[in-house]
Design a protein around this ligand. Structure first.
Ligand code: GN1
Ligand code: MG
Length: 364
């Protein structure tokens, strides 16, 4: 595949020098476009996974609406809209994406230079900055009145996930179910607890708002001083509950091991990181969260981690159709590691609730 040829279909400034692969996303393929001159920006080029994102044009519209809105907010507070918000670069025909002859969808945004991303949160201070970033993002998009298209129906909706789960288990397409009775019971024994939480979202007791939905630490940019700059990877901006953003961040930030760690002893949830993130998040979000949302904040960490156990195990039982894998047991390994993290959160749950209450009281 000629990546330079793909890049030529976008309105880039400068002359393209080379295009290189970047990172190892589970979903999309990401490249960096280097331009020759230091005066012209570099760019991020992504091939969007069309199997997962079945409506890329609508997804790009969502992203554009959110980016424009965030830019307005950044300008209003005298910030730098080229660094504190993402900039989508349209194709030469003006569309927000380019579709190649294999009907693959590509999109480009400006690469923000002099930034750092982290693969783990080693200190509460860093977690604080990350929490502040997510809280700021949510508060900036809170008054975005244009509706977003629901491009991933049921994304963090556990009722929807159970429907998928029940269908996959009934089918058991590659015969893996028989050896997984214990792991399946991890899911089943918590089904009611998780559905009871989701019912509060369904009845509106917990409101839905515009949220990011993929708040792992790699999806946030820090400047060279270590202060948070902006949130990236907006593929999953949707109407959902803010709690999902908090919970997904806690699944990522507090994990002392890797998401797919083979050494389960290395995996646990670090409560000081939980505290640091919560302080940063609530420093921004306390102004708009309802009492019900605050009450369930700590629970959301368990909820999203549980959902992730379910999604990894379900993909394993399904024969590995969703996540990219590095080997036949990769999704199983991910399941075990995420389950270990979940049990660690469960052990510390009372403490987590206390931390949320104390911080919220201090800020009130
Ligand atoms: C996927 O975009 P990426 O690779 O960071 C997934 C998330 C999962 C995550 C697990 C659209 O995120 O929901 O939590 O992998 N995104 C999608 O690390 O399914
Ligand atoms: Mg993503």
């Amino acid at each position: 595949m000629d990546l330079k040829k793909i890049a030529a279909n976008f309105k880039l400034e400068g002359i393209v020098d080379r295009v290189e692969q970047l990172g190892e996303g589970f979903i999309n393929d990401t490249f960096i476009i280097h331009t020759q001159d230091v005066q012209t920006p570099n760019y991020l080029l992504q091939r969007k996974n069309k199997r997962i994102f079945t409506n890329v044009p609508a997804m790009m519209e969502n992203i554009q609406k959110v980016c424009n809105h965030v830019k307005e907010k950044v300008i209003a507070r005298n910030g730098d809209p080229t660094r504190e918000a993402m900039t989508i670069v349209p194709a030469t025909d003006g569309k927000l994406y380019f579709q190649d002859e294999d009907r693959e969808f590509w999109a480009v945004c400006v690469y923000i230079s002099d930034t750092i991303t982290y693969s783990s949160a080693k200190t509460p201070e860093l977690a604080y900055q990350g929490g502040k970033g997510i809280g700021m993002f949510q508060s900036m998009v809170a008054d975005l009145n244009e509706p977003l298209t629901d491009i991933l129906p049921g994304f963090h909706n556990i009722r929807y996930r159970f429907n998928q789960w029940d269908a996959v288990l009934a089918k058991d397409p590659v015969g893996r179910k028989a050896n997984l009775s214990e792991e399946i019971s991890w899911i089943e024994s918590r089904r009611e607890e998780m559905l009871n939480f989701w019912k509060l979202v369904e009845t509106g007791e917990i409101p839905t708002r515009i949220t990011h939905n993929d708040t792992k630490i790699t999806n946030i940019l820090f400047d060279l001083k270590g202060d948070v700059l902006c949130v990236i990877d907006l593929d999953t901006v949707l109407n959902s509950t803010c709690l999902n953003d908090f919970g997904d961040a806690m699944r990522s930030y507090t994990n002392t091991g890797e998401e797919d760690d083979e050494n389960l002893d290395a995996v646990s949830s670090n409560i000081s990181i939980f505290e640091g993130f919560t302080k940063g998040y609530l420093s921004q979000a306390i102004s708009f969260l309802t009492r019900k949302e605050l009450e369930y904040l700590a629970f959301s960490a368990k909820y999203i981690t549980y959902e992730q156990v379910l999604r990894f195990l379900m993909d394993y039982i399904d024969g590995d159709n969703y996540y990219k894998i590095k080997g036949p047991e990769h999704n199983y390994q991910r399941t075990l590691a995420q389950y270990k993290l979940l049990t660690s959160m469960e052990e510390q749950y009372d403490e987590m609730c206390k931390i949320v209450r104390t911080i919220a009281d201090e800020l009130a």
